[in-house]
Ligand binder design. Structure first.
Ligand code: ZN
Length: 120
């Protein structure tokens, strides 16, 4: 017969869930903050198709933007660079999601553990 769990031991489900979240972080790869925007623009030449009716704008142009300390950083990217960035940006979003889930899970579990121990 397996030994009974002490009241302060984490629920089996909680520990397993935490481990699954940790594993998911390990396999993420590069995590790049910020976001990608894709835009079409006129060049300003009045004779160009982008100034016609209807206008046929140039692009798409890819731009990565990132806000750091209240300032927005931007970088122009090629199609290929944008594709790479997309994966890293997705990883970053996923990392943030995983961290949030870890926090929520840990809050629940540590509340339970603290609640099971009498105050001295
Ligand atoms: Zn043009």
């Amino acid at each position: 017969m397996p030994p009974r769990q002490a009241p302060s031991a984490p629920r089996a489900g909680g520990a397993a869930k935490l481990q699954a979240l940790q594993q998911a972080v390990l396999i993420l790869g590069f995590v790049r903050p910020g976001s990608l925007v894709r835009r079409y623009m006129p060049c300003g030449n009045p004779a160009c198709r982008c100034m016609g009716r209807p206008p046929r704008l140039h692009g798409p142009y890819h731009q990565w933007t990132y806000k750091v300390a209240g300032r927005t950083k931007t970088m122009r990217l090629s199609e290929e660079q944008a594709r790479l960035c997309q994966d890293w940006l997705r990883n970053h979003k996923q990392l943030k999601r995983l961290v949030r889930q870890m926090e929520q899970l840990s809050l629940r579990e540590t509340d339970r553990i603290l609640g099971a121990i009498s105050r001295r």
